[in-house]
Design a protein around this ligand. Structure first.
Ligand code: ADP
Ligand code: ZN
Length: 624
């Protein structure tokens, strides 16, 4: 049907390149952008899987600008539409939106602009498409392309299902000649198939990008004093940076936010229990101001468009690798070096296993949850490259270790933990066999260490043959052993108290038929900012020392501009653009125009003023 070769116009691609340079101020396309854009401009349907920060927006914005008519973008992110439209207008693109936050007059005005062909891009909330009035509006105007953003929302079994997305299959029936492009950052094969089926994208070309995010440094550290560890991360590496901290419960969100504020970090809480207005206000501050840290439950973040989130920290274990990937993926959309940091400990494993046990739903459901958790635990306990593991989970291969994750930077030492495992498992066994008792990790570790605590004496546990046989390790080391035994399935958690029981596989260890290789935590967690040796392609070098004052001056100027216009700072310029300006110090408008992210419109609007900021900063730094 939509055969791209049928009506392909020669020069479509050079026209697209012209728009990229003139409007967006970028030199060249990235990855598959060019192919995707060419395909859609020529009238073909496309299904695009690209990680967050991969550059999906251009894939529909440029066809919308190149093809005659208005590009209609369906997006569930109503709260962000205003910002998205502002960002396009700042580039000189005629953009508008229709959603439930507008009153009738505002809506009428946008509709009139649409009909008059005075728009290039129209953002539309999916629930609008249920209305015949919206359909007939689209009939009366000219649509150049339908873009379906966050397309995984159509997948029933995915994590973000939106019933309104199901009506999107009607687009194809009503406007068979308008090309459609569906985009998502959700990587699994099952979701991709479901999207294609439900949106009737049978003839669409699939574009699957690499899901690697080379600028993100993945680190998973043992949890001992999480709030203090987090503070060290922020003070040591991310002072003044925007970041997101994920916690499991509302209470810990509040607690951690208070703690950070008390230690001088501009932190705000975000969870579903907060008043809707407070939530909206906190989100707006996070988006608009520089350097705000959002402490949140996972209710926060879908589609957060902020390009300069420098770190994502998890204080609790995510429930799945998908969740971990999506959440960490909110760091570093702009391609600059960023950190994904997770603190993880024995208690996380116990708690999550307990939650699965107590979860509603049938056995199959619990098995699925368990499989998700096991994959996440395997990532945490990995001794080889984390990135390679992560990508392998999505069926992609990394040709060599990445050099930019903790296990690459500080390879963990492995040790033969077979004897330790046997000691621990036999303590569990003896308690069950001789006493018909089950205990949590704490008591069993006390027994192995030969500690005569009140609880040990109360239960006569100092009479067990295993009492005091494990003094070669400390309590923290024993906890690491238990954590790994749980992760390996050599031990299981049971019931509401999180008591430990043996599994079938435990027998193999006790019967000396299986060795247990364990990971020893590095003494000092790695905190290198970048890989020694080869730099990663997408991660530009850190800002040179000499450019820092100028960068800060530009940031201050940007903040005042953003405030004046009531838009997020990144709508004015991205960090990456300011960094490049601070490094290059262009002396003319022409030179400034060559900087990435400085298109015609922004050059005309801000060019002179930026040259002034540069001159002022040069004067301030010159010796008197
Ligand atoms: P996604 O929607 O896939 O998360 P975006 O469309 O927001 O990603 O793009 C991520 C970042 O990359 C943005 O800062 C964008 O301006 C930038 N970008 C996209 N394409 C290019 C390109 N060809 N050259 C330079 N920067 C680009
Ligand atoms: Zn690695």
């Amino acid at each position: 049907m939509a055969d791209p070769t049928e009506n392909s116009e020669p020069g479509a691609s050079s026209e697209a390149l012209g728009v990229l340079r003139r409007v967006f101020g970028y030199d060249a396309f990235r990855g598959e952008q060019e192919e995707i854009i060419e395909h859609v401009v020529a009238g073909g349907d496309a299904l695009v899987l690209m990680p967050t920060g991969g550059g999906k927006s251009l894939c529909y914005q440029i066809p919308a600008l190149v093809r005659p008519g208005v590009g209609v973008v369906v997006s569930p992110l109503i709260a962000l539409m205003q910002d998205q439209v502002d960002a396009l207008r700042a580039l000189g693109v005629r953009a508008g939106f229709l959603n439930s936050t507008q009153d009738l007059d505002e809506r009428r005005m946008v509709e009139a602009e649409f009909l008059a062909g005075e728009l290039d891009v129209l953002y539309l909330a999916p629930e609008r498409l249920r209305l015949e009035s919206t359909m007939s509006l689209l009939d009366r105007g000219k649509v150049s392309v339908f873009a379906i953003d966050e397309a995984h929302c159509v997948a029933q079994w995915g994590h973000d299902f939106r019933p309104d997305y199901l009506t999107l299959s009607a687009l194809h029936e009503r406007w068979p000649d308008v090309p459609r492009i569906a985009l998502t950052a959700t990587a699994t094969e099952a979701t991709r198939k479901e999207i294609a089926a439900r949106l009737q994208l049978g003839d669409a070309r699939h574009f699957v990008a690499s899901f690697d995010r080379p600028n993100i440094q993945y680190r998973i550290v043992p949890k001992n004093d999480p709030k203090k560890q987090l503070l060290e991360l922020i003070h040591g590496e991310h002072a003044g940076d925007a970041g997101v901290v994920y916690c499991l419960s509302r209470k810990s969100v509040e607690d951690v936010a208070d703690f950070l504020v008390a230690h001088g970090v501009a932190a705000l809480p975000y969870h579903a229990g907060l008043d809707a207005r407070v939530r909206a206000a906190n989100q707006a501050r996070f988006l608009r101001e520089d350097g705000v840290v959002m402490v949140a439950t996972i209710a926060f973040g879908m589609g957060i468009d902020k390009p300069d989130v420098r770190f994502v920290a998890h204080l609790d274990l995510p429930k799945s690798v998908e969740g971990y990937y999506q959440e960490t993926g909110r760091a570093g959309r702009d391609g600059l070096p960023s950190t994904a940091w997770l603190a993880y400990g024995l208690q996380d494993v116990v708690q999550q296993r307990k939650m699965i046990d107590g979860s509603e739903g049938d056995d199959a459901h619990r098995r699925r949850l368990t499989a998700h958790l096991d994959a996440m635990l395997a990532l945490c306990e990995a001794v080889e490259c984390r990135r390679a593991r992560l990508l392998a989970y999505f069926g992609q291969r990394l040709p060599e270790p990445c050099g930019n994750c903790d296990t690459c930077l500080t390879p963990p030492v492995t040790w033969d933990g077979t004897i330790a495992a046997q000691k621990f498992l036999s303590a569990v066994y003896r308690l069950a066999r001789e006493r018909r008792q089950k205990f949590g990790a704490g008591q069993i570790i006390d027994i192995l260490l030969g500690k005569r605590t009140a609880k040990v004496i109360q239960h006569d546990h100092d009479q067990l043959t295993v009492f005091g046989i494990g003094t070669e390790l400390g309590a923290a080391e024993w906890r690491a052993v238990v954590r790994q035994l749980l992760a390996l399935g050599l031990l299981a958690v049971e019931g509401e108290y999180g008591t430990l029981v043996l599994t079938e596989a435990s027998g193999e260890v006790l019967g000396r038929r299986r060795d247990v290789l364990l990971r020893r935590e590095p003494e000092k967690p790695s905190r290198a900012r970048s890989a020694p040796g080869k730099p990663r392609a997408a991660a530009p070098a850190d800002l040179p020392e000499a450019a820092v004052p100028l960068f800060e001056a530009l940031r201050a100027w940007r903040a005042s501009q953003a405030k004046e216009q009531g838009v997020p700072a990144y709508v004015v310029f991205h960090d990456a653009t300011l960094r490049e300006i601070a490094t290059l110090r262009p002396e003319s408008l022409d030179a400034l125009g060559t900087v990435g992210g400085v298109g015609e419109n922004k050059l005309a609007k801000y060019g002179e003023r930026i040259l002034e900021v540069l001159a002022e900063s040069a004067r301030a730094q010159a010796p008197a």
